[in-house]
Design a protein around this ligand. Structure first.
Ligand SMILES: Nc1nc2c(ncn2[C@@H]2O[C@H](COP(=O)(O)OP(=O)(O)OP(=O)(O)O)[C@@H](O)[C@H]2O)c(=O)[nH]1
Ligand SMILES: [Mg+2]
Length: 613
């Protein structure tokens, strides 16, 4: 007896392949792992016909794989996969509620020249959405049989079996030409879907109407800008109250500890070290959660995919694609979730570039540093009548400087270390939906957990280390600047030599020691250096006064420039190491950011000194 014919069940993710495979094979399946891969190999004979063996392959969007799972499918289909022979026929599953999108892959598969049958699945859902597809017209256009199915109710299976057996007997269908590029395929898919769709259904109609406005070449970008503006506005205004609660809570705890413990190193450690340090970090939680609430809601409505689409042209100018938009937007809250979100970028070079520029987006940890600096050196005056505050303009400029630097760096990286071929942007635009609360809440929980873990581990250890470095060796009784005797002071003294050309004095150099680990601690570190104690507000006010009194303007500007670029977050380095699986890229990131920071500060300092004198 000859070996059975192999029929591969393929299609886009989540279209019902496994449900169909289960229904067609009954319970006689074999499940094993492909050697060396974590991908499951699920096979089983067709019910009632042992001469046909079905294999359920991982879902994929195209013949260009985006993940190792998808690569298994495409390799098997091309016949280049070692652990599986090339299938004799393809059973391609298509989601009837999303025809245009799924057809693109069908057209690509059609070019393989293998016998093929299409299961137009989920026809029950399509009927519910009042989508009406002419299956025989579709079969005619594609030149292969199309069978309407409902996999979960075993509807259409008998017909599907018969058509599959027939297709195997008839051999490869005649070749049809749909074009040469992915864009051609997409265009052909849209055209066919349009031609065979008798009624497009309610959801598609709404989506089409909305997209006419939201993807409009002029109105689209304007609306996107307005949404982003509102979003950042909300992040700052809504977060104000909860941030005050957190600050009050920490102050309350500090008072409690102060009442409980006698004056001494333990009190200092708990109150000035741990509570002040960790408090300075978790105070950003409200801002981060509000920004992510916006992102997650917009994502679950389907709008974020449109935003990426709109941003694609701008991103393409520097060699990135639109998918980098969401990771970079997230990085305005914190680079860590931003870098992790870069996983959605399929192209490894694009993903790497996105990860490397994420720290240039102004994260919320820079805000208190900017606020204190601006408060200290920029006069609180208004421009253009009473419309625009000068301090606000400087803040905006600092944000903008980060974005522009990121675009330039991306352009350079894409031409050098992350050189890759240009990609056509293929993003499936999902139907619009009402946002799902569960999705938003689990997303928020995940972000909060990540962030708090960082506060609880890295920031906590840094705070402890800082406290130790600043407290020992102890200064002699009555010393004017106790810190100068401590380890922080000693290390600051060494660093001052390096930082003198960019205008940093001993105090800044000393504060940079702990500030390298996490940006937020820079202000409390300056407080320590200037021997300013008390609650967070008192430290901020004290540091502001100290800067105004002791720093020259060029030094303050140079420090701002430093903060735009310098890598000062251990967690970012750690997450980059994890996401790029090695030390090469995090070290590269450290190096280029330091170089950029030093050069920017040097230029700022020298130019400002020349102008101001
Ligand atoms: N209403 C309806 N639901 C279906 C149908 N076919 C599958 N489903 C459901 O759709 C979901 C996805 O089905 P799967 O069979 O896991 O899809 P898949 O294509 O194997 O997905 P991946 O392996 O992740 O690519 C499941 O919840 C199924 O129960 C159908 O014809 N009608
Ligand atoms: Mg499956």
């Amino acid at each position: 007896m000859s070996s059975p014919s192999l029929v591969a069940v393929v299609g886009n993710p989540n279209c019902g392949k496994s449900a169909l495979f289960n229904a067609l094979t009954g319970l006689r399946q074999k499940v094993a792992n492909y050697p060396g891969a974590t991908v499951e190999r699920r096979t089983g004979p067709l019910l009632g016909n042992d001469h046909i063996e079905l294999v359920d392959l991982p879902g994929t969007y195209s013949m260009t794989p985006r993940s190792p799972d998808e690569a298994v499918t495409t390799d098997v289909l091309k016949g280049t996969f070692k652990a599986e022979r090339r299938p004799d026929a393809i059973l391609c599953v298509v989601d009837a509620t999303n025809l245009a999108q799924h057809l693109r892959f069908v057209i690509e598969l059609r070019a393989l020249g293998v016998p093929m049958v299409i299961a137009l699945n989920m026809t029950d859902l399509a009927a519910r959405e009042r989508i009406n597809i002419d299956a025989s017209a579709l079969a005619h256009k594609l030149g292969v049989p199309v069978v309407e199915t409902v996999a979960v109710r075993k509807k259409g299976l008998q017909d599907l079996k018969e058509k599959t057996i027939e297709a195997l007997q008839m051999g490869a269908p005649s070749t049809l030409y749909f074009g040469a590029s992915v864009r051609d395929y997409q265009r052909a898919a849209r055209k066919i879907a349009k031609d065979v769709t008798l009624s497009e259904g309610i959801g598609h109609k709404t989506t089409r109407v909305l997209d006419n406005v939201l993807l409009h070449p002029v109105a689209g970008p304007v609306i996107l800008l307005a949404i982003l503006f509102l979003m950042f506005q909300a992040v700052f205004s809504w977060a104000e109250a909860p941030m005050t609660w957190i600050e009050d809570g920490i102050a309350y705890l500090q008072t409690g500890v102060n009442d409980l413990l006698p004056e001494g190193w333990l009190l200092s450690f708990l109150s000035d070290g741990i509570l002040a340090g960790v408090g300075a970090v978790i105070v950003f939680l409200p801002q981060i959660l509000i920004l992510f609430a916006f992102i997650l809601v917009l994502e679950s409505t389907g709008y974020m995919a449109r935003a990426a689409f709109l941003m694609d042209r701008l991103m393409a100018a520097v060699g990135l694609n639109g998918r980098a938009f969401i990771p970079l937007l997230s990085s305005f809250a914190c680079a860590i979730p931003g870098i992790m979100a870069a996983r959605t970028i399929a192209d490894p070079k694009d993903r790497l570039t996105t990860i490397l520029i994420a720290p240039l987006m102004t994260c919320s940890a820079r805000i208190p540093v900017y606020t204190v600096l601006i408060g200290a050196v920029i006069p609180n005056t208004t421009l253009f009548g009473n419309w625009v505050g000068l301090q606000g303009v400087v803040m905006f400029t600092l944000y903008l400087a980060g974005i522009i630097a990121a675009l330039i760096v991306a352009a350079v990286l894409k031409r050098t270390v992350a050189k890759g071929k240009a990609h056509t942007f293929m993003l499936e635009l999902p139907k619009y939906q009402t946002p799902r609360l569960a999705y938003v809440l689990t997303g928020l929980y995940e972000r909060a957990r990540l962030f708090l873990r960082r506060a609880g581990t890295i920031i906590l250890s840094v705070t402890i280390l800082l406290w130790f470095l600043a407290s020992f060796p102890a200064a002699p009784e009555g010393a004017a600047s106790p810190v100068s005797y401590s380890l922080v002071g000693i290390i600051g003294g060494w660093l001052e030599v390096i930082f003198a050309p960019i205008g940093f004095n001993w105090e800044i150099s000393a504060a940079l020691v702990p500030g390298m680990a996490a940006r937020e601690v820079a202000i409390s570190a300056l407080g320590t250096v200037y021997s300013i104690g008390g609650s967070e507000e008192m430290v901020e006010a004290g540091v502001r006064a100290a800067i105004a009194a002791n720093w020259s303007l060029p030094t303050a500007f140079s420090f701002m420039a430093w903060f735009i670029f310098a890598p000062q977050c251990l967690s970012t380095i750690a997450v980059t190491r994890r996401e790029t699986a090695g030390w090469k890229w995090p070290l590269f990131m450290l190096g280029y950011l330091f170089a950029l920071a030093y050069i920017a500060s040097f230029i700022t300092y020298q130019v400002a000194s020349a102008i101001i004198g």
